[in-house]
Design a protein around this ligand. Structure first.
Ligand code: SF4
Ligand code: SF4
Length: 432
């Protein structure tokens, strides 16, 4: 009995719609990137402080003197990006670029409210509005959605220049001394530019103006990720061009080239898979690393070796970047202490303590290297506000003995930091 059951042929139709999964994964990724673009500055991970003129990482100001942190991070990002272009091509455009996300969203809203053929064509054809959608309400809804989208996206840059509490004050019209007076105008201009981009520019930017796309192309090779087409089943395409209509870059996904405009979004794979899911077969398109199937030299091993060679040299730089960044973190000083002579008599020095963090600290100062009772500090203890500087005068008694003094200024914060700054004081007029 068991034997006869096992002989019944079973055709596995497959529940999964792999293309749809790809589509949903891409949409989730694009939404995640927008969320990350807000969370990075809002969480204090990275932003710019326009008042202090400093980069802020993890709520700490990064000065140019924090060389290792800046260059280490820059090398890590640059080499990581090169590895991405070399292996996955212009996948950034299809999955992460906000410009593409905005353009796709704008196209979706236009199709939804004005019909499938109302899109702005990259070939220059005029949009065709469906007769059933020619209603004033549809135009109003489309306009309102674009204005809303531009107003929302215009908020994101603000997070890169102000903490979330200050951004909140901006939108609730609360007076805040940290806000630039012209910010409402700057925001207005940003919204207008975004509105123009969403309404008209969309993928024209990607196609004709994006320098970054051209830059990514430099790193593409025959081996980078691309859409591959199953030529052996080409007769199935006889009366079909579904993948071509799914491609919003206006390519024919069956004929992708090394240096074409494909952004590896996978929408064509999704379309073909959807089509074939009806009869339980796989689509004719898929993502593939390595040389196109037409090449006889193409083997998995060859492809992987070429890719590995390609990223080997970047790995060395990545390692350098990681090491520099780690050293930068280890040697980072949350305060900066400096001192300089500032009066013509030569007896007064200005000590400056800068707080590079965004929380206040209590600072105490003391001086060594001078005879007791022959110098005076304006103050030897003060509260230093977040991201602020404080200047203190050190006055040296002109009646000390003549000679050269190696003077050390020490600063201690209440949370354990200690800084030391050396001054060479030359006393010419004092006692013999
Ligand atoms: S969607 Fe699939 S079957 Fe249709 S033309 Fe494209 S590759 Fe061929
Ligand atoms: S060919 Fe396919 S993967 Fe490439 S851009 Fe067009 S739809 Fe996206």
């Amino acid at each position: 009995m068991n034997n006869s059951v096992s002989k019944i042929p079973v055709k596995v139709i497959g529940t999964a719609k792999p293309g749809l999964k790809l589509h949903l994964a891409r949409r989730a990724f694009q939404a995640g990137i927008i969320a990350i673009a807000i969370l990075i500055p809002a969480s204090g991970l990275f932003r710019i402080d326009p008042v202090a003129g400093a980069l802020v990482v993890l709520n700490r100001q990064i000065w140019f003197s924090d060389f290792f942190l800046i260059f280490g991070l820059w090398i890590m990002i640059a080499t990581g990006a090169v590895m991405l272009y070399s292996t996955a091509g212009t996948v950034f455009c299809g999955w992460a670029c906000p410009q593409n996300t905005m353009a796709e969203w704008a196209n979706y809203m236009t199709r939804k409210l004005l019909g499938k053929r109302a899109e702005l064509s990259l070939e220059g054809n005029a949009p065709i509005i469906a007769a059933s959608k020619k209603k004033i309400l549809n135009y109003l809804l489309l306009g309102a959605s674009f204005v809303g989208g531009a107003m929302f996206l215009g908020i994101i840059p603000l997070f890169y220049f102000y903490p979330p509490s200050v951004v909140w004050d901006f939108f609730t019209f609360k007076p805040d001394p940290d806000l630039a007076r012209s910010l409402h105008w700057i925001y207005f201009v940003c919204v207008v530019i975004l509105l123009l981009d969403i309404s008209v520019i969309r993928h024209f930017w990607c196609r004709f103006s994006c320098i970054y796309r051209v830059w990514q192309h430099f790193f593409r090779t025959k081996q980078t990720l691309h859409v591959s087409y199953d030529q052996s089943r080409s007769d199935e395409c006889a009366k079909c061009n579904y993948c071509v209509t799914a491609c919003f870059i206006d390519l024919d996904p069956r004929k992708t080239e090394v240096y074409d405009s494909c952004i590896n979004c996978g929408e064509c794979i999704n379309a073909c898979d959807k089509l074939h899911a009806k009869d339980g077969t796989k689509g004719l398109l898929k993502f593939e690393f390595g040389e196109r199937q037409s090449s006889k030299a193409s083997t998995f091993r060859n492809n992987m070796n070429t890719l590995a060679n390609r990223i080997n040299w970047t790995s060395a730089f990545t390692l350098l970047g990681v090491s520099m960044f780690a050293w930068g973190l280890y040697s980072y000083s949350p305060f900066n202490l400096s001192a300089d002579r500032y009066d013509s008599s030569g007896q007064d020095y200005q000590i400056e303590v800068a707080n590079k963090r965004y929380n206040p600290a209590k600072i105490t100062l003391h001086v060594t290297g001078l005879p007791q009772g022959h110098y005076q500090l304006d103050t030897d203890s003060f509260l230093l506000d977040s991201a602020k500087r404080r200047k203190v005068t050190l006055h040296i008694d002109p009646d000390i003995r003549k000679g050269v003094y190696r003077v050390f200024v020490w600063a201690d914060s209440d949370d354990g930091w200690q800084g030391k700054f050396a001054i060479n004081h030359v006393e010419m007029r004092g006692m013999q």
